[in-house]
Each structure stands twice: as C-alpha cells, then as structure tokens.
Design a protein around this ligand. Structure first.
Ligand code: ADP
Length: 443
C-alpha cells in the first residue's frame, strides 16, 4: 500500500481510538464515534470540493494543498493533464499537416459519417462538388450531390466500384468517384476530374472510327477491281492470277477488320439503352449453325443446336447475331476437322444462357483473362490463317454488356472450350411467333 494511505489509516485509527476513549469515559461512546465519523466525512467532502474547483478552474493553476492522499491524487491528475495537453498539441499539429496535404490534393476527399452525413471535406471537394467545409457539415451527402447514378452507387455500398457523374457546379466537368470504407461507420469519398481522360478516349474512338470509315471506300474499290480482273478470261492476266488471288484475299481481310472496327466503334459510342425487341434466339441459333456448317465446309464438324423454343430475350437482333456468330465461328476455326460443336440455349433461376462448346484445341489458362482485349490472339498466325480479325471476342463482350449480360470462358488445353453468355432473368421475353427449329443435328 502507498505510504500516504498508510499514514491516513493510522491517523484515522488514532482519531477513532481517541474518540472511543473519551466517549467511554464520558459514557457517550456511540455519540463520540458518530461525531468523529461525521467530521471525517465533512473534511473529505471539503477536499473533494476544492479538488473539483481546481479541476474546473484555470487549467494552468497548480493544484491546491489538500492533505496527503488528496495531494497525491491531485498531483496524479495534474500529470495526466500535462500529458494530455502535450498529446493534443501533437495531434492538432498532425491534423494541420494532414489538412494541408489534403488541401493540396487535386482530388476531392469527403469524410462521410453515420447515414452518409458529411463530416469533413478538403478544398478540391469545394471546387469539384461545391461542398462547404462549414455549412454542409452534418448534412447527408445525397442532399448535396443529387445525381441519380451517384445516389444509387452510394446505396449499393460496394467498395471497389466507381461511378461517373457530372459535377453539380459544372455539367461539362465529369467526375469519377470511389468509396473507401474505414473505421466502424465511416467512408471516404474520393472524386477525380476524369473529363480530360474521357475526352482523350473519345478522340481515340473517333479517330479509329474515322480512319476505318475513310479506308473502307478505297478498299471496296480495290477489292471490286481485283474481282473484275480475276473474272476476266484475258490470257495476259494468266501469270498474274496467283498474286491477284493473294491480293484479293488480303483486301477482303482488311475489309473484314474495318467492318469489325466500325462495329466496335458503334457499340462503344452507344450511350442510350438499346431499343429492345423480343429476339427469337432459337431461330437465330439455327441460322448461325447453318452458316457455321458452311464455314466448316469439308472439315465436317458436327454441329448441334439444342434450344428451348419458348426462350426469347429482349435485345437487338443484329448485335446478338454478330456476337453469337463470332462464338460459333471461333468454335469451328479452333476445332480440328470432324470435331463436335454444341450450341445450347437454356434458362435457369439466374437467367438465360447460351453455351458454345467445342472439343477443339482449348486455351491455356494464362490467356483466358486477356481474350476479350482487341487484337489479343493466342496464336497470331493461326488466327490470321483462319481469317480471324482479333476483334471477335471484344465485340461479343460489348454486345453482352449492352444486354446486361456477361461472357464466361472456361477452357482446357487439348480438351476444348466453353464460351457462355449469361443474360439476366429480366432480359427474358415472351415469344411472339412459333416457328422454331430446335434440337437439330446439322452434321
Ligand atoms: P480471332 O479473330 O483471332 O479469332 P477473337 O477475339 O474472336 O479473335 O478470339 C481471340 C483469340 O481467342 C483467338 O485468336 C483464339 O486464340 C482464342 N479463341 C477464341 N475462341 C476459341 C475457341 N473456341 N477455341 C480456342 N481458342 C479460341
């Protein structure tokens, strides 16, 4: 036990003993003890009162002299106060440095507390989002930034996602925002000006679309002349027949690439949702299977279609045709002669699905995540040799995105591949006519 406490106990014991002795002599033992106890209590209260006055008063004043134990407590409190003051100074210096650093940030940073109410924001948040670090504190962020896409994004609470929306101050300013959760109920909203980036992307897209467009006409003319020359019976052209064939082949390939680039540009430029019509997918697949069989020619692939005749979806038939045909033609091109190809169209609880399966050469796992990049090919020569443009899967991905769907690829080298298109359940449509070919083996 600490010494002051021992002294206190000793003093109290003496006091009570003295009182007991006097009380016993005066035949008033209880009264004497009671008076001493009350006296002690009153004294302790008085010291407590002085300590309280000191704690509430001037924080730099030294603690009053209160007697042994109370002096000890007061000294301890004074020490804690000094430490806390030092810590506060350090923290406020750190906070100042943090504020200076975030004020210099070009990106908006907003701390959101409970119910997504604004706790703090930096200078860029004032410039980009029009928030005030004083007026808007405590107000829900959705009352301050009202763009519907942003409100939905905030409600979804999916960290890692991002959203783009125009600045509330200037429509021409496009912002990209992300949310980073931290602490128990806090989130950090970060918004960046992405207008310049999007403008550059748009310029790149326009450039590719314009170049493709400009090249198409001269190439069509060249291709036309080559065809005329090849049709000619003139003996003078006999020695040129082979090179002319090669030239025609290459110009067709270039035209094919240009068509695919233009289609991609059209898909990328589309901002508005598609005008959606019910699409008879089973009939579409039967047509595509016919074309795939023609592409296979004497390679005699075995092509099967199994489709639920009542399963239609809402979408753009032209785009879906080009996506599904790309998958079916790839299956033919990357499956050795005589291989099996299946187009399966079915629905389950999660939505409608097309699986294009083949038992062809398969794809090594490291290539799979990159297959939908433009011009990404596992084997460039093999793709070129079979008439590929390197844009097919990119087109498929874009078309599916526009239909709220996604592409899943699973494959094993030497065993085969499955390219699955998953459409959400909302994409399903009621058939409007019943003229469907299904379950046919087009061998
Ligand atoms: P390409 O015109 O080269 O076929 P795609 O974008 O359609 O371009 O496909 C990209 C690459 O994916 C192809 O070059 C090929 O290597 C691979 N690939 C696509 N489909 C299949 C398949 N069914 N089997 C094996 N590899 C495939």
């Amino acid at each position: 036990m600490a010494t002051p406490w021992l002294a206190l106990w000793r003093r109290l014991a003496l006091l009570f003993l003295g009182a007991a002795l006097l009380g016993w002599l005066a035949d008033r033992l209880t009264l004497a003890l009671l008076l001493v106890a009350l006296g002690c209590l009153a004294w302790q209260f008085w010291q407590l009162h002085r300590l309280d006055r000191w704690l509430r008063g001037d924080r730099d004043a030294s603690p009053p002299r209160l007697g042994r134990v109370w002096d000890d407590v007061a000294a301890h409190i004074a020490r804690l106060r000094r430490q806390s003051r030092k810590r506060k100074r350090k923290l406020s210096k750190l906070f100042q440095q943090f504020q200076q650093a975030t004020a210099a940030l070009p990106d908006a940073a907003v701390v959101l507390g409970e119910d997504d109410r604004m706790v703090w924001c930096n200078g860029a948040a004032q410039r980009l989002l029009g928030l005030s670090p004083t007026r808007d504190v405590g107000r829900p962020i959705v009352h301050l930034v009202r763009y519907p896409g942003f409100v939905t994004f905030l409600a979804q609470r999916r960290s890692g996602d991002s959203v783009e929306f125009p600045s509330p101050l200037d429509d021409a300013l496009l912002l990209g925002a992300r949310l980073v959760p931290y602490g128990r109920k806090q989130r950090l909203l970060l918004a960046t000006d992405v207008s310049q980036l999007r403008r550059l992307e748009q310029m790149r897209r326009d450039f590719v679309a314009n170049v493709s467009h400009e090249l198409r006409t001269p190439l069509t003319v060249i291709s036309g002349y080559l065809e005329t020359l090849l049709d000619s019976e003139s003996p003078a052209l006999e020695v040129w027949r082979q090179p002319l064939h090669r030239m025609q082949e290459q110009s067709r390939r270039m035209l094919h690439i240009i068509e695919d680039l233009l289609l991609l540009a059209r898909l990328e430029a589309r901002k508005e949702p598609l005008p959606r019509q019910p699409v008879n997918v089973p009939a579409l697949l039967a047509d595509i299977a016919d074309d795939a069989l023609a592409l296979s020619g004497d390679q005699n692939h075995q092509i099967e279609v199994s489709a639920d005749p009542a399963l239609w979806i809402l979408g753009c038939e032209k785009d879906l045709r080009s996506a599904f045909a790309n998958l079916a033609f790839n299956a033919v091109r990357y499956t050795p002669a005589g291989g099996r190809i299946a187009l399966r169209w079915f629905a389950d609880a999660s939505g409608a699905h097309l699986a294009v399966e083949d038992n062809g050469e398969g794809i090594a796992p490291q290539h799979i995540p990159r297959l939908t990049e433009r011009f990404y090919r596992v084997n460039r020569d093999r793709s070129r040799g079979s008439g590929g443009t390197g844009l097919g899967l990119s087109i498929v991905k874009h078309v599916l995105n526009h239909h709220g769907g996604q592409l899943r690829i699973s494959s094993e080298l030497g065993v085969g591949s499955v390219f699955a298109c998953d459409f959400p359940a909302e994409a399903r449509a009621e058939p409007t006519a019943v003229a469907v070919r299904t379950g046919i083996d087009l061998r």
